[in-house]
Design a protein around this ligand. Structure first.
Ligand code: RRO
Length: 307
């Protein structure tokens, strides 16, 4: 029995890791993920300069779901590149973005020129920056950004996408993504601009309470996005499944839908890095009950009903 998996020629001892934004802002938090039974880590999404993010409270959650409007708090791209160059490992993920396309290019030029030799996750789907739309909902802009990015980045790079809800949108997005040598696509980021109400008041302060929804509440949407892209993307583009994973069974379903790696956000926030021990054990038990020995025995083999 093994949970090993592969993305962009990198081998991982497990298929479970953190989702960007959760337990990954400081080197101390990232070290704790490395010390856990997670396969690897992805950093908090880094911008060109450090950011404090939105006013608090900006996250509320439990095991049923979460709402956040963190506003991209991070220590700046130089901090993460320094830390990653000390680690000098090719199996770590660095998440990056910018508040404009020019900033995205600036950050990625730095990453391309740095000694970093891991995987880049380009976040095109942050829902929480005041006045900034989610890039990946503007298909023309996303296309333009990817043309420029792949003109100078030759390190393994994938994109973090927001959830889509219409089958035509999956067709349109996949037609764009298939034009590029992407190493992976990560579906999904939080569902943007939900509202969570406690008593008579919004649960978080920024943006009059509007924020990204995560956790169990979004699992069905996440599974649909993973499978829709699995059906449409070139085989060379791996899929990372994110959304609503709090048990081994949840991870099993993401893999059945086509995910090669599964990320954990809300449940990691609630339980801490020891969650990976439980999830690895539960996923192995789920696989044993179906007679599967490895991820590739069932990845993408979701069954449909006849007729
Ligand atoms: O920092 C955030 O507010 C945030 C980001 Br960058 C993201 O990509 N997804 C999210 O739910 N929150």
């Amino acid at each position: 029995m093994t949970l090993t998996t592969q993305i962009a020629n990198q081998h991982f001892k497990s298929c479970l890791m953190n989702a960007a934004g959760v337990h990954c802002q400081t080197r101390e938090e990232l070290n704790e993920i490395l010390d856990s039974q997670a396969a690897t880590f992805v950093t908090k999404t880094a911008t060109s300069q450090a950011r404090k993010g939105n006013p608090e409270p900006r996250y509320v959650g439990n095991l049923h779901g979460s709402i956040n409007s963190m506003g991209l708090p991070n220590l700046g791209i130089d901090y993460y590149l320094d830390y990653l160059s000390e680690l000098d490992r090719s199996d770590l993920f660095l998440s990056v973005t910018g508040l404009s396309k020019e900033e995205i290019y600036q950050v990625l030029h730095k990453v391309q020129d740095a000694s970093f030799n891991g995987l880049i996750e380009l976040n095109l789907s942050c829902p929480n920056v005041v006045g900034k739309p989610q890039t990946a909902y503007d298909f023309e802009l996303m296309h333009e950004i990817l043309i420029e990015v792949f003109s100078f980045v030759n390190k393994p790079l994938g994109v973090k996408l927001p959830p889509y809800f219409d089958l035509v949108h999956f067709d349109q997005v996949a037609a764009i993504l298939n034009q590029f040598p992407l190493s992976f696509v990560n579906s999904v980021n939080s569902i943007g601009n939900g509202l969570w109400i406690q008593d008579q008041t919004v649960a978080i302060k920024p943006k009059q309470g509007f924020g990204g929804i995560g956790g169990a509440a979004i699992k069905a949407t996440a599974l649909a996005n993973v499978h829709a892209f699995y059906q449409r993307l070139n085989d060379s583009i791996a899929i990372i499944g994110t959304g609503g994973v709090a048990s081994g069974r949840d991870a099993f379903e993401h893999i059945l839908c086509g995910a090669s790696m599964v990320q954990v956000g809300t449940a990691l926030m609630e339980e801490g890095p020891q969650i990976f021990e439980r999830l690895n054990q539960e996923l192995k038990a789920e696989m044993t009950s179906y007679g599967y020995q490895k991820i590739e025995d069932y990845r993408g083999k979701l069954q449909y009903m006849e007729g």
